[in-house]
Design a protein around this ligand. Structure first.
Ligand SMILES: NC(=O)c1ccc[n+]([C@@H]2O[C@H](COP(=O)([O-])OP(=O)(O)OC[C@H]3O[C@@H](n4cnc5c(N)ncnc54)[C@H](O)[C@@H]3O)[C@@H](O)[C@H]2O)c1
Length: 331
């Protein structure tokens, strides 16, 4: 039985769908906060409601008692997929406490859940979401999990890196088998309205300007949601043992980049959205946003080697599918 946090979120929802399709039992948790329109979160949950094997709890992962109650009610949990977090780089300037609460306190509560499951002899694997943003001001490309990550340029990145370090200490102290996944700009249907591909599509359709940061001089490794979910499913059974390849400091803890291994120019990405929408954008060129990074590009060789991770979807295929979903959803 799988405890899945962030089940009403973009990646959590797609992960839940894939797990249920495989016949897994999924205990979904989400606090359905209003960082972006909760209508979208309820819409995702509506797709999951009533499906065989799915149970949902509206709860905050930083609420230790609520999370312990859920764990005790479901004695068969053996796998944790922890995706709930306060995401977004720019919002971390506006509301820093949201990040410390969900990404630090929440990560700690989830690690304590993992420790209790481990002590009860139940836990197989603790899988959790990290982010490409941990690479911060790194300039060496592509980004490798071997690279130093001491230069976060946003509080979001700092809390995600801290989550990795907290997990490393639990893997070392208690032998908790753990894998952190550094996702690279994930996009797709039921996506996040705070992300550029979503707001660009909306604004182009509505005829309102799109804001292009750093005058468009940016690159992103855009990763299609189904490729990410395939990576999450592959990692579930790739349980690290002490001393395995890519484990950190001998503890049973690994980190993988899940990206697309293609760094696209932001302006090319906008061209693809315009073609899919069938309309030109009103472009407003802006300065670099605080906390943002100029470029992301994932080295995915270790994920290919260990997980058989093999992202296949170029933006020319993914973006039209997103735009089609968006237009349906609006209707
Ligand atoms: N989407 C991306 O491009 C991307 C890139 C890098 C990393 N990530 C990471 O992947 C994970 C999933 O991201 P997503 O894109 O699905 O974001 P999302 O915001 O759509 O999903 C996160 C979900 O977690 C829930 N949540 C937040 N704080 C919570 C709390 N304290 N208690 C319970 N639920 C809480 C939210 O309500 C939301 O539904 C996050 O950890 C995020 O940091 C995402």
């Amino acid at each position: 039985m799988i405890l899945l946090t962030g089940a009403a979120g973009f990646i959590g929802f797609h992960t839940a769908q894939a797990l249920l399709a495989r016949g897994e039992q999924v205990i979904g948790v989400d606090n359905i906060n209003d960082y972006y329109d909760p209508v979208l979160k309820h819409g995702r949950l509506k797709q999951l409601d009533g499906r065989n094997g799915f149970t949902f709890y509206k709860a905050d992962i930083a609420d230790e008692k609520a999370m312990n109650d859920i764990m005790e009610r479901h004695g068969d949990i053996d796998l944790v997929i922890h995706l709930a977090a306060q995401a977004g780089v720019r919002y971390s300037i506006e509301n820093p406490q949201a990040y410390t609460c969900s990404n630090l306190d929440g990560q700690m509560v989830m690690l304590e859940i993992a420790r209790k499951l481990q002590e009860a002899g139940k836990l197989k694997h603790f899988v959790y979401a990290s982010s490409s943003s941990v690479y911060g001001a790194n300039t060496k490309l592509p980004f490798s999990t071997e690279d130093p990550v001491e230069q976060p340029v946003s509080l979001y990145a700092a809390t995600k890196r801290a989550g990795e370090l907290l997990t490393q200490s639990y893997a070392h102290l208690y032998g908790i088998p753990a894998t952190g996944l550094r996702f690279f700009t994930v996009y797709g249907p039921w996506g996040r309205p705070d992300m550029a591909y979503f707001s660009f599509t909306r604004n182009i359709l509505e005829g309102t300007p799109i804001r292009i940061f750093n005058q468009g001089d940016m690159r992103r490794d855009f990763t299609w949601i189904d490729d990410i979910v395939a990576g999450i499913l592959a990692v579930m059974n790739a349980v690290p043992q002490e001393g395995d390849a890519y484990t950190i400091g001998g503890a049973p803890h690994r980190l993988f980049n899940l990206g697309n291994n293609r760094s696209e120019k932001l302006l090319d990405f906008i061209d693809v959205i315009e073609q899919s929408v069938g309309k030109k954008a009103v472009r407003e060129l802006c300065e670099m946003a605080q906390g943002d990074v100029k470029e992301t590009y994932a080295d995915i060789d270790p994920a290919r080697e260990v997980l058989g991770y093999d992202p296949k979807t170029p933006i020319s295929e993914g973006i039209p599918k997103f735009v089609e979903w968006y237009q349906d959803w609006k209707r």
